[in-house]
Design a protein around this ligand. Structure first.
Ligand code: GLA
Ligand code: ZN
Length: 674
């Protein structure tokens, strides 16, 4: 449980009462109670209010608001306010201001704007966490700390440059080691003094989005900036822990956000929380994958939805309303995949600046007679009914999908073979094939234990870190099924090619050699042709983006390319290795192929879909005390017929019992217990 002060799914969200006055505060609290809201996130962007000048702190507003919440039975997720520095700080100490990738020194403005290596920022952010910790450590409303907000983006200033050199000395020890890791003989880049090293900005090695001349430098820069921001988190975390060793601490992550290595981050958070902002046309499976990733970064532990909008966003190109029922549906999608909180951005709409048209539980009209409020209140009532019945429940999975931020950076930074290659999209294709058949998967990091899985899928495992090939071999030797794809096994963690033939260290396990890699034009495709049926696959399927030209070195050929000068060469292979099997898919296949492929792999291990359901019905299971809690989510606008399986089920939202086939209305949700 996140905090046993509040043993239910937390409900509420970001609340910025400093933007309005007493009259509204009274109304807010009245309406929170109507909506079943029991947690508010306070103080996210209040640094300037709490510290009006360098040596003055003023917590009177926050004191009063904390008390007001407590008096009304509402708990507080208390933010540290360090996500946007005060104007006086930027004016007096320009080192807090970032330098952007084009080398431009920023002026005061925006948010998420502090240089992580600024001595001023580090000093005052830590001091703020310390003061808040000391002041509110015994406050009865406090249930969790929320450090900063959406840590993000990179800085290219001189302080970061100096700190990068320190970070590199720690990583490499000597310049010789660094020069060889970065392959600096290329273009005569040898460094003879640490001071010669500069950041890979647009003034040096990089241009546009993820283009670089030196992948090794750019990779280390990303690791370093992710670590720098993480260090900002850690310094506040430590300051808070000194005062409140038993209050959990988090910061809101952003799902598939590219710039930070969340597997590394999650180790430092007591509980993972994240902000879920799908657009109307975001694939449901991509949102599901993001939830699973946010569960996965913390080894399967339940997580928090820290933010989602009750209705619309303001920052997307087209900010569609969530259709009636969709807010509830997407909330339960998170719960089904491991969320133990449903929190919104925001509880009341601002009336000025850029977020005034962002959805909120309380809209500009100021009363509760709105569609959005009604839907929010209905969900609030349901969450009270569910009480603690779902808290801490786990999501069981026998399939693991490998996801690695460093590999993602390396794939994106690679010059060639194709601009169409998108790591997340390739991972999502495999995820979706499982999702569409209601087969549950975990997203796993490269440091995670694989032994609990029957199947491990690692799409585009371009970077193979030290020891990882061995780990995969052991997994397969013991009976596991491993699958990887084109553009895998090529490089080590510095993006240096493993010579002796692709896929490098994975060659033995896969029993193949990839001789060449062809990049297809957007309008081109090739085929995956089965000469004999294999399980659910037969005939021909489309593939594209990249085609590895592979030779079997012991692997059985399952399918061959259909066209071009490499027609007849293998495109799908399986290699027996110990007690298990290792598959290689040499190109990026269509959905029909992937569906059959994962079904075949699962059938081999007796892994069955949670239920057979019509398209658009998501089924997911959480388990608690040995019992399965089955979620059925109808993402269709129309009603469908579903059969939850044999036996009698308790509908946890209504208390009714159900049996056999039932009708699930459009966008409705069922949570069933056998
Ligand atoms: C982010 C931020 C919030 C708010 C929302 C708007 O998630 O954390 O402060 O700006 O976006 O969608
Ligand atoms: Zn900086």
């Amino acid at each position: 449980m996140i905090n046993d002060k509040l043993p239910k799914i937390w409900y509420g969200g970001d609340y910025n009462p400093e933007q309005w006055g007493e009259e509204d505060w009274n109304e807010d609290v009245r309406m929170f109670k109507l909506a079943g809201i029991d947690v508010v996130t306070l103080n996210v962007f209040s640094w300037a209010q709490n510290q009006p000048s360098e040596d003055t702190y003023d917590f009177s507003f926050l004191d009063a608001m904390m008390d007001r919440m407590h008096e009304n039975g509402i708990y507080v997720c208390l933010a540290t306010s360090t996500g946007a520095h005060p104007a006086w700080m930027a004016h007096r100490y320009p080192d807090v201001l970032r330098v952007d990738i084009q080398g431009r020194k920023r002026k005061f403005g925006k948010r998420h704007n502090s240089c992580p290596n600024s001595p001023t920022y580090r000093k005052y952010a830590t001091a703020m966490a310390d003061k808040l910790g000391e002041r509110y450590k015994d406050h009865p409303a406090l249930v969790i700390w929320h450090v900063n907000n959406e840590f993000s983006d990179y800085c290219y200033c001189d302080n970061c440059t100096a700190q990068f050199r320190v970070w590199l000395k720690e990583r490499y020890g000597t310049l010789d080691a660094l020069n060889s890791a970065w392959y600096t003989k290329f273009w005569g880049h040898t460094f003879y003094d640490w001071e010669e090293i500069v950041l890979p900005s647009e003034l040096s090695e990089e241009w546009g989005l993820d283009n670089t001349n030196f992948q090794g430098i750019s990779l280390d820069f990303r690791r370093f900036q992710s670590d720098s921001l993480l260090d900002n988190y850690k310094m506040e975390h430590e300051a808070l822990k000194r005062h409140t060793p038993n209050v959990p601490i988090t910061t809101n992550l952003m799902g598939l956000y590219p710039d930070l290595d969340y597997f590394k981050w999650a180790k430092e958070l007591d509980v993972v929380s994240w902000d879920n902002y799908p657009a109307l046309d975001t694939p449901i499976s991509l949102t599901a994958m993001s939830h699973d990733l946010m569960r996965g970064v913390k080894g399967g532990k339940p997580f928090m939805i820290m933010e989602q909008t009750p209705s619309q966003q303001n920052w997307q190109p087209y900010n569609s309303l969530k259709r009636p029922g969709v807010m509830r549906l997407w909330s339960y999608q998170g719960v089904a995949r491991g969320a133990d909180t449903i929190l919104f951005f925001q509880l009341r709409r601002s009336i000025g600046a850029c977020e005034k048209y962002h959805g909120a539980v309380i809209e500009h009209v100021g009363h509760e007679h709105t569609r959005v409020f009604r839907e929010s209140a209905e969900l609030g009532a349901e969450l009270h009914k569910l009480s603690d019945s779902l808290l801490d429940a786990r999501v069981p999975a026998k399939v693991g999908i490998v996801f690695d931020w460093e590999n993602r950076w390396a794939v994106n930074l690679s010059s060639g073979p194709s601009v169409a290659l998108d790591y997340v999209a390739e991972v999502h294709k495999y995820y979706k094939a499982l999702f569409d058949q209601n087969i549950q998967a975990d997203m796993v990091g490269v440091e995670d234990d694989l032994s609990k899985y029957d199947i491990v899928i690692a799409p585009v495992l371009y970077m193979v870190k030290e020891g990882y090939a061995k780990k995969l071999e052991q997994f397969v030797e013991q009976g596991g099924t491993f699958l990887t794809t084109f553009f895998s096994g090529l490089v080590n963690e510095n993006d240096i090619v493993t010579t002796g033939g692709y896929p490098g260290e994975l060659r033995k396990l896969l029993g193949i050699w990839a001789e060449e890699i062809d990049a297809l034009l957007p309008e081109q495709s090739n085929q995956i042709v089965f000469n004999k049926e294999w399980g659910k696959l037969s005939g021909s399927y489309e593939c594209g983006i990249l085609c590895d030209l592979i030779h079997s070195e012991g692997a059985e050929v399952l399918a061959e390319y259909g066209t071009d000068f490499y027609a007849g060469m293998p495109v799908a292979t399986v290699n027996k290795f110990g007690k298990g099997k290792a598959y290689y898919i040499a190109s990026s296949p269509d959905d029909a192929f992937l569906k059959g492929l994962v079904a075949n792999l699962c059938a081999d291990h007796g892994i069955k879909p949670i239920i057979e359901a019509p398209a658009g019905v998501e089924a997911s299971v959480r388990t608690k005390n040995g019992e399965d809690l089955l979620f059925l989510l109808n993402h269709n606008a129309e009603a469908v017929k579903v059969n939850p399986g044999e036996g009698t089920f308790l509908n946890m939202l209504t208390g009714e019992t159900l049996q056999g086939e039932l009708e699930l209305p459009g966008r409705d949700v069922l949570i069933l217990k056998k």
